[in-house]
Design a protein around this ligand. Structure first.
Ligand code: NAP
Length: 297
């Protein structure tokens, strides 16, 4: 088997993929932002020019949606142009590029879960910059994958689940948005689901990878608290109140309202079924309690 290069290995998804795949015996060469900053083709050549690899998974991105909205040039450079440079390098080496992207490439107007064949129509700089990266990777050759994930959570970097539980442990009141829907994606499960697409599944194209179902942030948070209560955590707040998205003054960028991803292609090609999002969140909370991150009363 060949070597798998992972970029963005200091982040939530990249760290999980690097650890989980290394543990199964995969030959992984992982780079974080410091060891390979994107946006500098000379550094890319220096780091990977002489490396013999057959798969490159790019998890590195500017992921702060509001930061991107006010730093468009940087967002297009890192999320767009860099993806092109990576895919060209892969093509040169006859390697497969697996480029991670986002549900934010959709405008969120469809209440039916989005399929890979649905038209992208981003409504933010982040979404547009990620779409630019997708188009660049797909244009370079037919054997590269653009893998869209949504609401990523896992043990390597805190996300919404961790924030809700942390707040509920310390505060009497927890609120979350109740008029925006998507699907959580558990990084440890993503590692298993994505693995067949590195070498086994032929071809390339767009792939939606997430747990199944859909929820609002409020439902997501409420389920996290229910799991935390079941695990015996001493919560001060046990209910998540609902607030409309327009009340969140900190949001600079527009967010798409409905972006549940249809994962039937993932199941058909990869032959592995993602779990419903509620089971994935319960598994995560259970693992974090078992690891001593959150302590029962
Ligand atoms: N998080 C989500 O809910 C979500 C939803 C949909 C799609 N996605 C996509 O999933 C992928 C992985 O995201 P994630 O959740 O793992 O986010 P993350 O934790 O923010 O990871 C992204 C990583 O990219 C690194 N990075 C940023 N700018 C860079 C640069 N110029 N050069 C090299 N590395 C750079 C970051 O470095 P630092 O460690 O310095 O920050 C971070 O380690 C991204 O493509 C993202 O667009 C994420």
């Amino acid at each position: 088997m060949g070597k798998t290069v992972i970029l963005g290995a200091g982040g939530r998804l990249g760290a999980a993929l690097a650890r989980e795949w290394s543990a199964t015996g995969e030959d992984v060469l992982a780079f974080d932002r410091q060891s390979l900053p994107l946006g500098d083709p000379a550094r890319l050549e220096q780091a990977l020019g002489d490396v013999d690899f057959d798969v490159l998974v790019n998890c590195a991105a500017l992921t702060n949606v509001d930061y991107c909205e006010t730093h468009a040039e940087e967002a297009f450079k890192i999320n767009g142009e860099s993806a092109n440079e990576l895919a060209l390098l892969c093509e040169q080496k006859n390697a497969r590029c697996v480029h991670i992207s986002t549900d934010y490439v959709f405008d969120g107007k469809s209440k039916t879960p989005y399929k890979e064949t649905d038209a992208a129509s981003p409504i933010s700089v982040y979404g547009a910059s990620k779409r630019m990266g997708e188009e660049a990777v797909l244009a370079v050759g037919p054997n590269h994958w653009v893998v869209r994930v949504s609401w990523v959570f896992g043990p390597d970097r805190a996300s919404f689940v961790d924030q809700v539980i942390a707040r509920a442990l310390n505060e009497d009141k927890v609120d979350a948005v109740n008029d925006k829907w998507a699907v959580p994606t558990y990084t440890l499960e993503a590692a298993a689901l994505l693995w067949p697409f590195l070498r086994q599944v032929p071809g390339g194209g767009i792939l939606h990878l997430a747990n199944t179902g859909a929820c609002t942030w409020q439902e997501y948070g409420q389920h996290a608290l229910d799991c935390a209560a079941k695990a015996g955590l001493p919560l001060k707040a046990t209910k998540v109140g609902g607030v409309p998205m327009e009340s969140i003054k900190a949001f600079v960028a527009k967010r798409p309202v409905h972006t549940a991803l249809d994962t039937s292609k993932l199941l058909n090609l990869g032959r592995l079924a993602p779990r419903p999002w509620k089971e994935a969140v319960e598994g995560y909370v259970h693992n974090r309690v078992a690891a001593g991150v959150w302590k029962p009363a």
